[in-house]
Every structure is written in structure tokens, then in C-alpha cells.
Design a protein around this ligand. Sequence first.
Ligand code: AMP
Length: 458
Amino acid sequence: MIDFSQLNVIESLKQGLREVGYTDMTPVQAATLPAILAARDVVAQAQTGSGKTAAFALGLLSALDATVVKLQGMVLCPTRELADQVSREIRRLARFIPNVKVLTLCGGVPLRPHLASLAHEPHIVVGTPGRLLELIEKHALPLRSVKVLVLDEADRMLDMGFAEAIGDIIKALPSQRQTLLFSATIPHAVREISCDLQREPFDVTVELEPAEALIEQTFFEVRAEHKLTALQSLLLQHRPESVVVFCNTRQAVRTVAGELAARNFSVLALHGELDQREREEMLVRFANRSCTVLVASDVAARGLDIAELPMVINFDVATDPDTHLHRIGRTGRAGLSGLALSLCAPHELARVKIIQGRLGTPVHWGTLTSSSAALAPLLAPFVTLAIDAGRQDKLRPGDLLGALTGEAGLPAAAVGKIAVFATRTYVAIAREWHAKATQRLRAGKIKGRTFRIREMDA
Ligand code: AMP
């Protein structure tokens, strides 16, 4: 392991790295950062969890002159969630560089506030290709000084049909720039984009993603009609705190989630038909550990980043090896070990052969042990309370924590994650305390006011 202190970055960035607690580089960072900091173009195969975000964030911030109020860096992401995470990571690392302005600009929300926020030119923008292009076409994004362009999860962006928008954005950017391309997989289409956009890129293709080495994979052969029972047994035996169950179709997502709910699991179904608010709510409840099982389709799970996900289960075997690798790459992050279990019906065996070919080693087959009926039900450790007030009401996490531990008399350890949105706030409360918390919050006041409180059971 090489530590960050040996890198050629400014002191304030080193300070930022120390502050967030990064000391040693991840393999992807060690492989890409020397080239990134030497202002070279880089194409890197790197998955979520590899530390890729910090790698390109350090590149963007090293190239930045924060005293010049001009747009100097742009990051293209496939989804809003990923864009939010990327902005967060850049801001964290930029903490000791004064006045760095990072803006997140994604579609699905009205354009006008974005236009207003661009009245003061940011240093770095992070967003989805569609919305960024829209703003470029309205001449709201001055591109003349952009020095670094990052394409994050390029394969996903192409899958989502962003190729044309990306092409149009590139045409509008200065040709003298550094282009960094990160992608979980490097299929032909990504290679082509790299050839079009990059100059003699430094190529980092990891044979097997480092994260994968830490993932323990087991396949189970099971008849299709027995998959639900098998899933239930695996959940009860392994008892993960959080697990994503992948299905191949939206219909299967609904069925599996419904069946698990009927068997008293705390489960949510993440599918493509949710509106932004419902999706946000589910992700908050999953991340704050008040829902144990998230059943998802591949499309819906895009951009989903849950740190320290200990387990994924493939209810259906993915139809191609890239999708399989992407799914299992969600566990075993940043040096933590993960478990990936796959249920394989006889008609799916051919897919496993292809995955095996891609992995280069035979997969491990396990045997299902039956009889889990006697095991205690799997309850999520927290319950989410939703409060109909948020940033617009000047509600801050500290206010809520204060109300819960002060007036309501909860120990601090009973209060989990607090997520504040514009008009709503979600707080996770340890299961054994939730009834008391709800009752006290309803009876008392937060910041001298009374708000509507809902208990969300998962
Ligand atoms: P990413 O691949 O960018 O999604 O990063 C995965 C996780 O690893 C994030 O939670 C980062 O905070 C964390 N991380 C990134 N770089 C390092 C590092 N050098 N040391 C420890 N954790 C890191």
C-alpha cells in the first residue's frame, strides 16, 4: 500500500484526505492517481467501492484554481444519486481549499432553480448528461475554462441512452482538456468513446476488480418454484443487517417483495415505476437500517450506493456477466468482505457457465439446508419516523436530536441516521424506542413548533 503523503498534491488536499480518514490509497487510486495528477487522460476500469470517486475528485481539485471564479471541472454521472455522492466526496476533500463551489445539476426537477444557481459561476459541476446539455443549450453553462472532464460509470451512461447527449456536450467543450473515464466494465462501446474523446489515455484495466477478491460467491441450484423458500432460508440463516435481492424483471421484484412482506420480513421493492420522492424515501429507509431487504431490478438499482452492504442475493441469475459483476460488486466495498449468493434454476445454468468463463474460475456451488422455520424472524434494528418539515423550515439534524434526547428522554444511542430534505426529515429510531419517540414527539415540540410525525413500518 502506498500512502497519500507521497502524492504530489497541495497541502490543503492532504489535509482534506486526513480529515476524511484516508491514509492508504486503494489499488485503483494507486494505479490512476500518478497519471491523473500528471494531467494525462485516463481510462480506468473501476467499480463502485474501488475509491474511484476520490481518485478523480483529487484530479479535479488539483487542477482547480479556486481564486478564479470560473467553471473548471465537469463530472457526468448516470443518476442523481451518484451525482449527489460525487459532489459530496468532492466537497469533503475540498474542505481546506477556501471557497470552492460545487453544483449538482440533474434532470427530473424544474430547470429554473438551476438557472438561478448558475448566476454565480461554480468551479465544478456534477450532473446527468441530459440536464447539463439542456443548460449548455440555454447558454447557462460557460464552458470556456473547463480543464477537466470526468465520465463516471460510462458503461451505465451508455446503457441509459446518454451517448448522444455526451457527444453533444463534448462538442461544446474546449478541446484542450483532461478527460478521465471511469467504468465498471469496458465493453466495446466504452472503448470507442475513449478513442473518440481521449488522447493517448493511460489505461488502467484491472484483471479482476480488487473488491471482487473480497466477495465470497456461492451459487445454489434450486427449482424455480422453490426459490422463494430458498431465499427465505438464506435470509434467516445468514441474518444480514442489509441485503439487496436482485430480480431480472419488475414483475419478479413485486412478487418477491410481496411474498417476503407476507412472511414478516422488513422489505421494500425498488422498481422503475416509483416517483422521485418514493424512491428517495426507500433509499433513506434502507440506508438507515429500518428496512433489511431491498428487492430491486437492475435498472432501479442504478446509482444505488449503500456503504458497507454485507450481502447481495441474486434471486434470478443475471442475463449477462457484466450485470452479474455489477450486482455483486455492490458488496465487499472499500476493503470489507461481502457475500454474494445466487439462486440458479436449471434453465439458468447456461448463464452461470458464461459468468464462469468471464471470471476465469469455476464458481462455488453450495447446498441449501432446509428447515429455517424455527429461526427467529429477521427484524430491522431501526424504525423510520417521517417528519413533515425540512430545510425549508430551517429544521436541522441537531434540532431533532435535541428534541429526542432532551424533552423526549431517549438515549443518544437510540437515534440513528437523520436525513433532512427540503420539506421532509427522516429519523431512524432503535426499534425498542420508536413508540416512545413517536409519542413524545407528537406530544412535545421541535424548535417550539409542532409538526406532523408519521411512523413508517417496513
Ligand atoms: P467509491 O468507489 O468512490 O464509490 O468509494 C467507495 C468508498 O470507499 C467510499 O465510501 C469512500 O469514502 C471510501 N474510500 C475511498 N478512498 C478511500 C481510501 N483511500 N481509504 C479508505 N476509504 C476510501
